[in-house]
Design a protein around this ligand. Structure first.
Ligand code: GLN
Length: 175
């Protein structure tokens, strides 16, 4: 069973992709739901990272997410705002990210002209840029010379949304 953090943002589209792949999934809003033993992974969707971070802390989910991430067989995947939350350093985020993925991420980094755009593998919506990749982080996909899908063991993050263009391949690879 794969959990999709459903506090805010685009969690429904991730549920749909998991359904297309015939992977069992459930929405996660509480500590209890996050700690369910049948859960083998968690998706943190896109949305607004500042708002989602506030809810994570208000609902007491931070320590549970971090505890789950310590287990190498528990897979986590953050898209866009989800990646921002998983990152170690986000200079322009109000609040402390979860720090589970050793990358530096700059929010809203594409500037006004190129605010949002679509590629064949996903959409970039007020997307962040990964500006530093730590030693133990693998770059799995690049777009125009920038890392857009990265992985550190069981923790994955993408700056784009595969789920918004019906691309199931990233989820298939990860889960
Ligand atoms: N710009 C948003 C943020 O900084 C991320 C946008 C997204 O998730 N598509 O949180």
């Amino acid at each position: 069973m794969i959990g999709v953090l459903a506090l805010q943002g685009g969690f429904r589209e991730h549920m749909e992709v998991l359904a297309m792949l015939e992977l069992e999934a459930c929405e996660v809003r509480t500590r209890e739901e996050l700690m369910r033993p049948e859960l083998i992974g968690l998706i943190i969707p896109g949305g607004e990272s500042t708002v989602m971070l506030k809810f994570i802390d208000e609902f007491g989910l931070r320590s549970a997410i971090c505890a789950r991430a310590q287990h190498p067989e528990f897979t986590m995947y953050g898209t866009c705002a989800g990646l921002i939350l998983l990152a170690k350093e986000v200079p322009n985020l109000k609040g402390e990210p979860l720090g589970l993925l050793d990358v530096t991420v700059e929010r809203n980094a594409y500037g006004r002209q190129l605010d949002s755009f679509i590629t064949d593998f996903g959409s970039f919506i007020r997307a962040p840029k990964i500006t530093r990749v730590g030693e133990n982080v693998e770059v799995i996909m690049e777009h125009e010379g920038l890392p857009v899908l990265v992985r550190s063991g069981n923790i994955w993050g993408s700056t784009f949304h595969p789920e918004l263009v019906g691309n199931v391949e990233i989820h298939r690879k990860i889960f």
